[in-house]
Design a protein around this ligand. Structure first.
Ligand SMILES: [Ca+2]
Length: 167
């Protein structure tokens, strides 16, 4: 399991809590609700991206992935009675919609994060139907990460402060 303890000054910053991220392949993806259940089995949930720094980190990680079109992953953002909220209960505090593509277009209550759509734009969000199958990103608290799976299937990344220092 690749959930190393944060090095440096990470422990004091609530945003930079120790989390591992699992970025699935397209083949592993199901509906948003099924993917959320899968993340819970892994000890976490669909990712809640509470800060722009965390968004940048995930945006950069998915650039390293090739899952084929549409190159997008379910994230833990859902539209409910009180608007868009992360699955951990936190509100959406920054705008990363694919606005030039007309998103959010209102065609669903769950959200994907795209690798690079529209072209040259990276890591932007689109709302879509809950019924569609997509890949997914889980966020797993470091202490809860499950170890019995094949490590080669996982991209579990330490969220250390130094990952935010560039860009
Ligand atoms: Ca949409």
């Amino acid at each position: 399991m690749f959930c190393r303890r944060s090095q440096g000054r990470g422990s004091g910053d609530p945003y930079f809590k120790d989390s591992c991220y699992f970025i699935s392949t397209a083949e592993e993806g199901q509906t948003w609700a099924q993917n959320r259940a899968t993340c819970k089995v892994k000890g976490g949930d669909l990712v809640s991206i509470e800060t722009k720094e965390e968004w940048k980190f995930i945006r950069d990680q998915i650039q390293k992935k090739c899952i084929g079109q549409p190159n997008e992953w379910h994230i833990g953002l859902k539209n409910g009675d009180n608007g868009w909220k992360w699955v951990n209960g936190k509100p959406l505090t920054f705008c990363k919609w694919q606005v030039t593509a007309g998103e959010p277009s209102g065609d669903g209550n769950v959200v994907v994060m795209s690798k690079d759509f529209p072209t040259l734009k990276k890591g932007l969000f689109n709302d879509l139907s809950e019924a569609l199958f997509r890949a997914y990103i889980c966020e797993i608290p470091k202490g809860k990460a499950i170890t019995e799976h094949n490590e080669s299937l996982y991209v579990l990344l330490e969220m250390a402060d130094d990952r935010f220092s560039s860009n």
